[in-house]
Design a protein around this ligand. Structure first.
Ligand code: ADE
Ligand code: ZN
Length: 336
Protein backbone atom coordinates (compact mmCIF):
# COMPACT_ATOMS: atom_id res chain seq x y z
CA UNK A 1 0.00 0.00 0.00
CA UNK A 2 1.38 3.43 -0.87
CA UNK A 3 2.12 5.88 1.95
CA UNK A 4 -0.86 8.13 1.24
CA UNK A 5 -3.40 5.29 1.37
CA UNK A 6 -1.64 3.87 4.42
CA UNK A 7 -2.03 7.22 6.20
CA UNK A 8 -5.67 7.69 5.21
CA UNK A 9 -6.70 4.17 6.21
CA UNK A 10 -4.78 3.51 9.42
CA UNK A 11 -7.08 3.64 12.52
CA UNK A 12 -6.53 6.93 14.34
CA UNK A 13 -7.27 8.92 17.48
CA UNK A 14 -7.75 12.67 17.27
CA UNK A 15 -7.05 14.63 20.46
CA UNK A 16 -6.83 18.25 19.33
CA UNK A 17 -9.97 19.26 17.53
CA UNK A 18 -11.98 22.40 18.24
CA UNK A 19 -15.63 21.71 17.41
CA UNK A 20 -16.09 25.39 16.60
CA UNK A 21 -13.11 25.07 14.25
CA UNK A 22 -14.88 22.35 12.29
CA UNK A 23 -17.59 24.75 11.08
CA UNK A 24 -17.35 24.29 7.31
CA UNK A 25 -18.39 27.15 4.99
CA UNK A 26 -21.47 25.28 3.71
CA UNK A 27 -22.85 24.66 7.22
CA UNK A 28 -21.99 28.25 8.19
CA UNK A 29 -24.05 29.56 5.27
CA UNK A 30 -26.91 27.13 5.94
CA UNK A 31 -27.12 28.18 9.60
CA UNK A 32 -26.81 31.89 8.81
CA UNK A 33 -29.87 31.52 6.56
CA UNK A 34 -31.81 29.37 9.03
CA UNK A 35 -31.13 31.71 11.95
CA UNK A 36 -31.38 34.88 9.91
CA UNK A 37 -27.89 36.04 10.83
CA UNK A 38 -25.97 38.24 8.44
CA UNK A 39 -22.34 37.06 8.37
CA UNK A 40 -21.40 39.34 5.50
CA UNK A 41 -20.89 36.42 3.10
CA UNK A 42 -23.38 34.49 0.97
CA UNK A 43 -21.22 32.06 -1.03
CA UNK A 44 -18.60 29.46 -0.13
CA UNK A 45 -16.05 31.45 -2.16
CA UNK A 46 -16.79 34.59 -0.14
CA UNK A 47 -16.48 32.68 3.15
CA UNK A 48 -13.14 31.21 2.06
CA UNK A 49 -11.94 34.63 0.95
CA UNK A 50 -12.56 35.90 4.50
CA UNK A 51 -9.98 33.38 5.80
CA UNK A 52 -7.21 35.91 5.94
CA UNK A 53 -4.87 35.12 8.80
CA UNK A 54 -1.16 34.82 9.36
CA UNK A 55 -0.96 34.49 13.13
CA UNK A 56 -3.04 33.29 16.06
CA UNK A 57 -4.62 36.70 16.75
CA UNK A 58 -5.72 37.27 13.15
CA UNK A 59 -7.06 33.71 12.98
CA UNK A 60 -9.13 34.19 16.13
CA UNK A 61 -10.51 37.46 14.70
CA UNK A 62 -12.10 35.44 11.88
CA UNK A 63 -12.98 32.44 14.06
CA UNK A 64 -15.10 33.99 16.82
CA UNK A 65 -17.52 36.16 14.77
CA UNK A 66 -18.42 33.10 12.63
CA UNK A 67 -19.79 31.37 15.73
CA UNK A 68 -22.76 33.75 15.69
CA UNK A 69 -24.53 31.34 13.36
CA UNK A 70 -24.68 28.76 16.18
CA UNK A 71 -27.90 29.56 18.01
CA UNK A 72 -29.92 26.58 19.18
CA UNK A 73 -29.22 23.06 20.41
CA UNK A 74 -29.70 21.55 16.95
CA UNK A 75 -26.98 23.84 15.53
CA UNK A 76 -24.40 22.59 18.04
CA UNK A 77 -25.58 19.01 17.46
CA UNK A 78 -25.32 19.32 13.67
CA UNK A 79 -21.87 20.91 13.86
CA UNK A 80 -20.56 17.98 15.91
CA UNK A 81 -22.29 15.39 13.70
CA UNK A 82 -20.72 16.93 10.58
CA UNK A 83 -17.30 16.59 12.22
CA UNK A 84 -17.99 12.95 13.14
CA UNK A 85 -18.82 12.21 9.50
CA UNK A 86 -15.46 13.66 8.42
CA UNK A 87 -13.71 11.77 11.21
CA UNK A 88 -15.24 8.52 9.95
CA UNK A 89 -13.94 9.27 6.43
CA UNK A 90 -10.49 9.69 8.01
CA UNK A 91 -10.71 6.40 9.91
CA UNK A 92 -10.73 8.12 13.27
CA UNK A 93 -11.83 5.60 15.91
CA UNK A 94 -11.52 7.75 19.01
CA UNK A 95 -11.78 11.51 19.44
CA UNK A 96 -11.60 14.06 22.24
CA UNK A 97 -13.45 17.20 21.21
CA UNK A 98 -12.66 20.69 22.51
CA UNK A 99 -15.49 23.16 22.96
CA UNK A 100 -15.47 26.79 24.11
CA UNK A 101 -18.59 27.55 26.22
CA UNK A 102 -17.55 31.18 26.85
CA UNK A 103 -17.61 31.89 23.11
CA UNK A 104 -21.33 31.17 23.29
CA UNK A 105 -22.46 32.33 26.75
CA UNK A 106 -20.83 35.70 25.91
CA UNK A 107 -23.42 35.92 23.09
CA UNK A 108 -26.26 35.01 25.47
CA UNK A 109 -26.50 31.39 24.38
CA UNK A 110 -27.20 29.35 27.54
CA UNK A 111 -24.50 26.88 28.66
CA UNK A 112 -27.03 24.04 28.58
CA UNK A 113 -27.88 24.69 24.91
CA UNK A 114 -24.22 24.20 24.02
CA UNK A 115 -23.52 21.13 26.13
CA UNK A 116 -26.82 19.42 25.33
CA UNK A 117 -26.32 19.84 21.57
CA UNK A 118 -22.72 18.68 21.62
CA UNK A 119 -23.38 15.82 24.03
CA UNK A 120 -26.27 14.48 21.95
CA UNK A 121 -23.84 14.11 19.03
CA UNK A 122 -21.18 12.55 21.29
CA UNK A 123 -23.71 9.97 22.49
CA UNK A 124 -24.44 9.06 18.85
CA UNK A 125 -20.75 8.80 17.80
CA UNK A 126 -20.93 4.99 17.73
CA UNK A 127 -23.22 5.33 14.67
CA UNK A 128 -20.02 6.43 12.88
CA UNK A 129 -17.85 3.72 14.43
CA UNK A 130 -16.30 6.29 16.78
CA UNK A 131 -16.04 6.81 20.52
CA UNK A 132 -16.05 10.50 21.47
CA UNK A 133 -15.51 12.56 24.62
CA UNK A 134 -15.73 16.29 25.37
CA UNK A 135 -13.03 18.61 26.74
CA UNK A 136 -14.30 21.97 27.97
CA UNK A 137 -11.84 24.79 27.30
CA UNK A 138 -11.59 28.16 28.97
CA UNK A 139 -10.76 31.19 26.85
CA UNK A 140 -7.49 32.45 28.28
CA UNK A 141 -8.13 36.02 27.08
CA UNK A 142 -11.13 36.14 29.40
CA UNK A 143 -10.78 36.49 33.17
CA UNK A 144 -9.93 33.78 35.70
CA UNK A 145 -13.26 34.66 37.38
CA UNK A 146 -15.15 33.90 34.18
CA UNK A 147 -13.35 30.56 33.88
CA UNK A 148 -14.36 29.69 37.45
CA UNK A 149 -17.93 30.76 36.79
CA UNK A 150 -18.09 28.41 33.79
CA UNK A 151 -16.39 25.65 35.75
CA UNK A 152 -19.27 25.90 38.23
CA UNK A 153 -21.86 26.04 35.43
CA UNK A 154 -20.52 22.71 34.19
CA UNK A 155 -21.02 20.96 37.55
CA UNK A 156 -24.43 19.44 36.69
CA UNK A 157 -22.81 18.02 33.52
CA UNK A 158 -19.77 16.49 35.25
CA UNK A 159 -20.36 13.05 33.74
CA UNK A 160 -20.52 14.51 30.21
CA UNK A 161 -17.12 16.26 30.29
CA UNK A 162 -13.88 14.27 30.42
CA UNK A 163 -11.31 17.02 30.65
CA UNK A 164 -10.56 20.71 30.97
CA UNK A 165 -8.42 22.69 28.54
CA UNK A 166 -7.25 26.24 27.86
CA UNK A 167 -7.20 27.95 24.49
CA UNK A 168 -7.54 31.30 22.64
CA UNK A 169 -5.05 34.18 22.61
CA UNK A 170 -1.94 33.31 24.61
CA UNK A 171 -0.37 36.76 24.47
CA UNK A 172 -0.13 37.99 28.11
CA UNK A 173 -2.43 35.17 29.22
CA UNK A 174 -0.05 32.68 30.85
CA UNK A 175 -1.05 29.29 32.28
CA UNK A 176 -0.65 30.52 35.87
CA UNK A 177 -3.53 32.97 35.38
CA UNK A 178 -5.73 29.86 35.63
CA UNK A 179 -3.82 28.00 38.34
CA UNK A 180 -6.73 27.94 40.77
CA UNK A 181 -9.43 26.61 38.46
CA UNK A 182 -7.10 23.94 37.06
CA UNK A 183 -6.18 22.83 40.60
CA UNK A 184 -9.90 22.48 41.32
CA UNK A 185 -10.43 20.55 38.09
CA UNK A 186 -7.68 18.15 39.07
CA UNK A 187 -9.17 17.66 42.54
CA UNK A 188 -12.51 16.90 40.92
CA UNK A 189 -10.97 14.19 38.77
CA UNK A 190 -10.96 15.92 35.38
CA UNK A 191 -8.08 15.29 33.01
CA UNK A 192 -6.24 18.53 32.22
CA UNK A 193 -4.43 19.97 29.23
CA UNK A 194 -3.46 23.47 28.09
CA UNK A 195 -2.56 25.07 24.78
CA UNK A 196 0.98 26.37 24.53
CA UNK A 197 0.73 27.77 21.02
CA UNK A 198 3.69 27.96 18.67
CA UNK A 199 6.27 30.77 18.93
CA UNK A 200 4.33 32.85 21.42
CA UNK A 201 5.93 35.48 23.63
CA UNK A 202 7.31 33.42 26.57
CA UNK A 203 6.32 30.04 25.02
CA UNK A 204 9.06 28.19 26.85
CA UNK A 205 8.13 29.72 30.21
CA UNK A 206 4.50 28.80 29.64
CA UNK A 207 5.52 25.22 28.87
CA UNK A 208 7.66 25.10 32.00
CA UNK A 209 4.78 26.35 34.17
CA UNK A 210 2.38 23.85 32.58
CA UNK A 211 4.76 20.99 33.36
CA UNK A 212 6.16 21.95 36.77
CA UNK A 213 3.38 24.01 38.35
CA UNK A 214 0.00 23.22 36.79
CA UNK A 215 1.14 19.63 36.18
CA UNK A 216 -0.84 19.07 33.00
CA UNK A 217 -1.10 15.62 31.43
CA UNK A 218 -0.81 16.98 27.89
CA UNK A 219 0.20 20.16 26.08
CA UNK A 220 -1.69 21.23 22.98
CA UNK A 221 0.94 22.24 20.37
CA UNK A 222 3.95 22.82 22.66
CA UNK A 223 6.78 22.10 20.21
CA UNK A 224 8.74 25.12 21.49
CA UNK A 225 9.78 22.68 24.25
CA UNK A 226 12.74 21.80 21.98
CA UNK A 227 14.32 25.06 23.23
CA UNK A 228 14.97 23.46 26.63
CA UNK A 229 16.44 19.97 26.77
CA UNK A 230 15.70 19.58 30.50
CA UNK A 231 12.00 20.09 29.83
CA UNK A 232 12.10 17.61 26.94
CA UNK A 233 13.61 15.00 29.28
CA UNK A 234 10.96 15.79 31.91
CA UNK A 235 8.16 15.39 29.36
CA UNK A 236 9.52 12.05 28.15
CA UNK A 237 10.03 10.73 31.68
CA UNK A 238 6.55 11.79 32.76
CA UNK A 239 4.82 10.61 29.56
CA UNK A 240 3.44 14.06 28.74
CA UNK A 241 1.51 14.08 25.47
CA UNK A 242 1.88 16.73 22.77
CA UNK A 243 -1.04 17.29 20.41
CA UNK A 244 0.68 18.89 17.42
CA UNK A 245 -1.14 20.32 14.42
CA UNK A 246 1.28 20.80 11.50
CA UNK A 247 -1.08 22.34 8.94
CA UNK A 248 -2.51 24.73 11.55
CA UNK A 249 1.07 25.69 12.43
CA UNK A 250 1.79 26.54 8.82
CA UNK A 251 -1.13 29.00 8.80
CA UNK A 252 -0.36 30.83 12.02
CA UNK A 253 3.46 30.64 11.96
CA UNK A 254 6.17 30.50 9.32
CA UNK A 255 6.13 26.70 8.92
CA UNK A 256 4.57 23.45 10.09
CA UNK A 257 7.29 22.83 12.70
CA UNK A 258 8.02 19.47 11.12
CA UNK A 259 11.63 19.44 12.30
CA UNK A 260 10.56 19.92 15.89
CA UNK A 261 7.87 17.22 15.66
CA UNK A 262 10.31 14.72 14.10
CA UNK A 263 13.02 15.53 16.64
CA UNK A 264 10.61 14.92 19.52
CA UNK A 265 9.25 11.75 17.89
CA UNK A 266 12.75 10.32 17.45
CA UNK A 267 13.64 11.14 21.06
CA UNK A 268 10.64 9.19 22.32
CA UNK A 269 8.39 12.09 23.31
CA UNK A 270 4.68 11.33 22.96
CA UNK A 271 4.00 13.65 20.02
CA UNK A 272 0.84 13.22 17.96
CA UNK A 273 -0.68 14.77 14.84
CA UNK A 274 -4.10 16.43 14.82
CA UNK A 275 -6.12 18.90 12.76
CA UNK A 276 -6.95 21.72 15.28
CA UNK A 277 -9.49 23.76 13.25
CA UNK A 278 -9.95 21.68 10.09
CA UNK A 279 -12.60 23.85 8.43
CA UNK A 280 -10.37 26.93 8.60
CA UNK A 281 -7.07 25.28 7.71
CA UNK A 282 -8.84 23.04 5.17
CA UNK A 283 -7.11 19.94 6.42
CA UNK A 284 -8.47 16.95 8.32
CA UNK A 285 -6.22 14.63 10.32
CA UNK A 286 -5.15 12.31 7.46
CA UNK A 287 -4.06 15.30 5.39
CA UNK A 288 -2.12 16.71 8.37
CA UNK A 289 -0.25 13.41 8.65
CA UNK A 290 0.33 13.28 4.88
CA UNK A 291 1.60 16.86 4.63
CA UNK A 292 3.98 16.22 7.54
CA UNK A 293 5.12 12.95 5.97
CA UNK A 294 5.90 14.68 2.64
CA UNK A 295 7.73 17.57 4.28
CA UNK A 296 9.79 15.45 6.67
CA UNK A 297 10.15 12.34 4.53
CA UNK A 298 8.41 10.17 7.13
CA UNK A 299 8.05 6.44 6.52
CA UNK A 300 5.31 4.03 7.61
CA UNK A 301 7.14 3.30 10.84
CA UNK A 302 7.05 6.99 11.79
CA UNK A 303 3.33 7.15 10.99
CA UNK A 304 2.61 4.09 13.14
CA UNK A 305 4.57 5.66 16.01
CA UNK A 306 2.59 8.91 15.73
CA UNK A 307 -0.74 7.09 15.57
CA UNK A 308 0.12 4.79 18.48
CA UNK A 309 1.23 7.79 20.55
CA UNK A 310 -2.28 9.20 20.11
CA UNK A 311 -3.95 6.10 21.50
CA UNK A 312 -1.35 5.92 24.27
CA UNK A 313 -1.98 9.47 25.50
CA UNK A 314 -5.78 9.30 25.01
CA UNK A 315 -7.84 9.56 28.17
CA UNK A 316 -9.25 6.05 27.98
CA UNK A 317 -8.80 2.87 30.02
CA UNK A 318 -5.77 0.62 29.57
CA UNK A 319 -8.07 -2.03 28.19
CA UNK A 320 -9.45 0.33 25.54
CA UNK A 321 -5.91 1.43 24.63
CA UNK A 322 -4.83 -2.15 24.15
CA UNK A 323 -7.84 -2.78 21.98
CA UNK A 324 -7.13 0.20 19.70
CA UNK A 325 -3.41 -0.61 19.53
CA UNK A 326 -4.29 -4.13 18.43
CA UNK A 327 -6.44 -2.65 15.64
CA UNK A 328 -3.42 -0.59 14.52
CA UNK A 329 -1.13 -3.65 14.60
CA UNK A 330 -3.65 -5.66 12.59
CA UNK A 331 -3.90 -2.88 10.00
CA UNK A 332 -0.09 -2.64 9.75
CA UNK A 333 0.25 -6.42 9.41
CA UNK A 334 -2.29 -6.46 6.58
CA UNK A 335 -1.00 -3.37 4.75
CA UNK A 336 2.78 -3.48 4.77
N1 ADE B 1 -8.88 28.11 19.37
C1 ADE B 1 -9.07 27.42 18.25
N2 ADE B 1 -7.91 27.05 17.74
C2 ADE B 1 -6.95 27.50 18.55
C3 ADE B 1 -5.54 27.43 18.57
N3 ADE B 1 -4.85 26.78 17.64
N4 ADE B 1 -4.88 28.05 19.56
C4 ADE B 1 -5.55 28.68 20.51
N5 ADE B 1 -6.86 28.78 20.55
C5 ADE B 1 -7.57 28.17 19.59
ZN1 ZN C 1 -6.06 24.27 19.26
Amino acid sequence: MNLKDFIYNIPKAELHLHLEGSLEPDLKLKLSKKNNIDIGQTTIEEVKKSYEFNDLTSFLAVYYPAMNVLQDESDFYNLAIEYLKKAKENNVKYVELFFDPQAHTSRNIPFETVINGYYKAVSEASNYGIKANLIMCFLRDMSAESALEHYNMAKPYRDKILGIGLDSDERDNPPLKFEKVFALAKEDGYHITMHCDIDQKNSINHIEDCLYKIKVERIDHGTNIVENEELVEFAIKNKIGFTCCPVSNSFVTSDMKGKEIKYLLDKGALVTVNSDDPAYFQSYISNDLYELAKKMDLDKEDIVKLVKNSFNIAWISDEEKENYLKQVDKFVEENK
